[in-house]
Design a protein around this ligand. Structure first.
Ligand SMILES: O=C(O)CCC(=O)C(=O)O
Ligand SMILES: [Fe+2]
Length: 317
């Protein structure tokens, strides 16, 4: 396994995707993380998103709790309500020191047989929904382009898996990390060490810092803000689909900056009914097949209070 000390930069721009694929493999075959530049997302849209995030988190708690996260994983996730107990990367006993708003695909009416289908839970904030929907649409297009590049990078020869992204599973999360006391315990995290569940994560972050990724030797490398760039990483499902060629790298957030931190990850994943398995062209399979929705259910039930099998669904229909 290749050790690394910094996060590589991959420029998209107008280059043919085949050219970007070579850079993508160099970055994601080792670090699993990269800064993507030339991605085409309007900086004014990203700025508007952060503004929406600040306005949302400044609302009174009871207004946010009125749209508390439901079983379809949409709405407000308060601080101290998720713990990464499934983590094999650290002994995690304390809940994450962050709160967030979660938007997913808008299904006006929940489809009962589809895990995590449902409408979003919107706060009463002027212009909020419009900004999030525009940002999500732009990120879907970028997510699709990056997925195509990732499949080429992994050497996938049959692209029929792309139909699993016709109705993708998408998550736009507006995270707020309050400052942690400088003397807070070592096992208190804004986000405990974890790998991401899905395929690709496209993260916009403010300039406060606190995100770190783990090298194969166990060192933690900072991922500072890089103006105009998105931090993109590979998740567990793309790791499996690429038969391990693309890495799903552990990362964490500790916010000891003394300032509040905002970040907006966008997760671009296939439909929940997709069978995830090593794809043609990636060699003899090293992973058994699994259904994405089954995997997600296990992870969400373990980590989130709102998904515990015994938890009453106070806000669900
Ligand atoms: O806030 C960050 O920088 C990272 C968040 C993260 O890792 C996640 O939500 O999966
Ligand atoms: Fe993550």
């Amino acid at each position: 396994m290749t050790e690394f000390t910094e996060i590589p930069v991959i420029h998209l721009g107008d280059r043919p995707d085949t050219e970007s694929a070579a850079d993508f493999l160099a970055a994601y075959g080792t670090t699993g993380f990269g800064y993507i530049t030339g991605h085409g997302i309007d900086p004014a849209l990203t700025e508007a998103l952060f503004e929406a995030a600040r306005r949302f988190h400044a609302l009174p708690l009871e207004q946010k709790m009125a749209i508390a996260v439901d079983r379809s994983h949409r709405g407000y996730i308060p601080i101290n309500s998720s713990t990464d107990v499934n983590s094999t990367l650290a002994t995690v006993t304390k809940p994450n020191q962050s709160a967030s708003f979660m938007m997913m695909r808008e299904d006006p009416v929940a489809i009962p047989e589809e895990y995590l289908s449902g409408p979003n839970r919107w706060p009463d904030l002027d212009g909020f929904r419009d900004v999030l929907e525009r940002y999500s649409a732009a990120m879907c297009a970028l997510g699709h382009r990056l997925t195509t590049i990732a499949l080429a990078a992994a050497g996938v020869t049959d692209l029929s898996i792309l139909s699993a992204f016709d109705r993708p599973t998408v998550w736009l999360r507006l995270l707020h990390y309050p400052p942690q006391p400088p003397a807070s315990p070592d096992d208190l995290y804004g986000s405990a060490p974890h790998t991401d569940f899905g395929c690709l994560t496209l993260l916009a972050q403010d300039s406060v810092g606190g995100l770190q990724v783990r090298t194969p030797a166990g060192q933690w490398v900072d991922v500072p803000h890089r103006p105009g760039a998105l931090v993109v990483n590979v998740g567990d499902m793309l790791h499996r689909m690429s038969n391990g060629r693309l890495k799903s790298t552990p990362h964490r957030v500790i916010n000891r900056s003394g300032h509040e931190r905002f970040s907006c990850p966008f997760f671009y994943d296939p439909h929940v009914n997709t069978v995830i398995e090593p794809l043609p062209g990636t060699g003899a399979p090293k992973f058994p097949p699994l259904v994405f929705g089954d995997f997600l259910r296990t992870e969400l039930e373990a980590a989130y209070d709102a998904h515990k099998p015994t938890c009453a669904t106070a806000n669900s229909p």
